[in-house]
Design a protein around this ligand. Structure first.
Ligand code: KIV
Ligand code: NA
Length: 291
């Protein structure tokens, strides 16, 4: 199956059909996403925490990220692959950032678009300018506004954005409009009141992909390990500790843990393996060996 293109995604958006996107971090999770027929697959830098054990996305080394992008692109299917620009890959200079953007695109022809987090367009001049550099080079950019985890420290933590003042709403709205003007083909809106995200979506002519942004965006994105409950640690499986916007469709992590425990126990009790798991030898061959 060929991958969807940006033109396909835009056509779906114009027709009014909601868009779905799911993150993936390696070949295994990417093939799940591809087999689910999600419109888009995001190689998100959230892998730093969900898959690699770091405590924040800012720790993720660029080389490790690239290695995971390559694994994801070995999965086949129609989901269009979008790749994050991780923290540290573009902040030093435009030349360095453009070079890294090109490195990501060159990893595989399946990498169709990059995603870049952006703060307020008047304050975060550098990032806004960087996105312009990419757009001017014909590199497709999905922007990401609202709660931008790479700048969580300057945002004062992981909290809802655009819910305190009219100025905050205006900042988000203005930024979304300016990013569209630069040429971004879509934008993620993260952790923003549903009214604000719906308003921005209505004002734009590019698709918005929401996470914690309510029902009024053009599409939705969730983190695969959050949706499936892949972690077996109690802080990730206790619904009351999860962010409000996460819908856990299952809790596969605790299931995996229980099954592995069962295996360990069966080995201890010599209940595994049984004859049915073992290879047989012809009696004649065994006798020949004994002779
Ligand atoms: O890295 C990520 O998973 C993301 C999504 C949450 C949008 O950026
Ligand atoms: Na991300």
């Amino acid at each position: 199956k060929r991958s969807l293109t940006i033109a396909d995604i835009k056509a779906k958006y114009v027709s009014g059909a909601p868009l779905s996107m799911i993150t993936a971090y390696d070949y295994l999770t990417a093939q799940w996403v591809q087999d689910s027929n999600s419109d888009m697959l995001l190689v998100g830098d959230s892998m730093a925490m969900t898959s690699l054990g770091y405590t924040s996305t800012t720790e993720l080394p660029f080389d490790e990220f690239k290695y995971h992008v390559q694994a994801v692109t070995r999965a086949s299917g129609s989901s269009m692959v979008v790749v994050d620009m991780p923290f540290g890959s573009f902040e030093e200079s435009y030349a360095h950032g453009v070079a890294n953007a090109i490195r990501l695109l060159k990893l595989s022809p399946k990498v169709i678009s990059l995603k870049v987090e952006c703060g307020d367009y008047r304050r975060d001049r550098y990032t806004f300018g960087f996105i312009r550099e990419l757009c001017e080079r014909g590199i497709p950019v999905m922007s990401h506004i609202g709660l931008t985890p790479q700048r969580a420290n300057s945002l004062g933590g992981f909290k809802v954005q655009g819910n305190q003042s009219a100025a905050e709403i205006l900042s988000l709205y203005g930024t979304a409009v300016q990013l569209q003007k630069l040429g971004c083909w879509s934008t993620v809106i993260e952790c923003v009141p549903h009214k604000v995200a719906s308003f921005i979506t209505q004002q734009l002519s590019i698709p918005t992909i929401g996470i914690g942004a309510g029902m009024g965006t053009s599409g939705q994105v969730l983190v695969v390990s959050d949706m499936l409950g892949l972690s077996s640690t109690s802080s990730d499986t206790d619904q009351s500790l999860l962010p409000r916007f996460v819908k856990q469709y299952d809790q596969l992590g605790p299931v995996a843990k229980a099954k592995l425990q069962q295996y360990n126990k069966e080995v201890q009790l010599k209940q595994f393996p049984l004859m049915e798991h073992s290879f047989k030898l012809k009696e004649t061959v065994w006798n020949e060996f004994l002779d």
